[in-house]
Design a protein around this ligand. Structure first.
Ligand code: COA
Length: 188
């Protein structure tokens, strides 16, 4: 667990999620999915049970190459990050992340802090070398954050998303290499 404060001095912690957080994570995720059209899941599609969420959390906790982090203020979840490592040996150095912040707490530095915690963990990890993520090409704030952390675009899935209003959106795949000779000193 690490102590943090937002740009406007609100204290919060970042910790690994536990199965007791399942219900709070579900409530938090509903709020996030209802707050933006820049993520894949629509609120009406999200109906996971607490038991299934607990299984998901436990599977990630057990995996040495995966990570689930929550940002918490006064027992309320205000940010969330998952990283899932690949299973097969030839791609075991790769994992994919997803990150989001509660709509009431965005642009206060929490997304950057969660990403920083993950990057530090990955850079120190003996297996993980490549962090990948996918982001809608229209999600300018998220892309700005990833670029500022040295993530590079490595591919683009054209018109992969169709918004409710019929607009097509490209999905951009980005990566950060934290292992070997290519790794840089951006880490925290
Ligand atoms: C994208 C998201 C995770 C960023 O987290 P955040 O806590 O809001 O972002 P931070 O305050 O840590 O900002 C980090 C950087 O992102 C950019 N950024 C974030 N919000 C921004 C805003 N409203 N306007 C402009 N730039 C912004 C800036 O470059 C910022 O750097 P700075 O602090 O040096 O100005 C968060 O806004 C979010 O959850 N959005 C909705 C869900 C989502 O899009 N998730 C990502 C899917 S790939």
């Amino acid at each position: 667990m690490t102590q943090h404060s937002t740009k406007n001095e609100i204290p919060y912690i970042i910790k690994e999620a536990d199965e007791i957080d399942a219900e709070n994570i579900i409530q938090y995720s509903k709020t996030v999915f209802a707050s933006t059209d820049q993520v894949l899941t629509m609120p009406e599609e999200y109906n996971i049970s607490v038991a299934d969420e607990q299984i998901w959390i436990n599977n990630i906790s057990k995996s040495p190459t995966s990570k689930l982090l929550v940002a918490v203020r006064d027992e309320e979840i205000i940010g969330f990050l998952f990283f899932i490592g690949q299973q097969k040996a030839k791609i075991a150095h790769v994992g994919e992340l997803g990150v989001n912040v509660h709509p009431g707490y965005r642009a206060m530095g929490i997304g950057r802090a969660l990403m920083g915690a993950l990057i530090k963990w990955a850079a120190d990890h003996k297996t993980i070398e490549k962090i990948v993520l996918q982001v809608f090409a229209t999600n300018y704030n998220a892309i700005k954050l990833y670029h500022s952390l040295d993530f590079k675009e490595e591919g683009r899935f054209a018109k992969s998303v169709k918004q409710k209003n019929g607009d097509y959106v490209d999905v951009v795949q980005m990566y950060l290499f934290v292992g070997g000779a290519e790794s840089s000193e951006v880490f925290f």
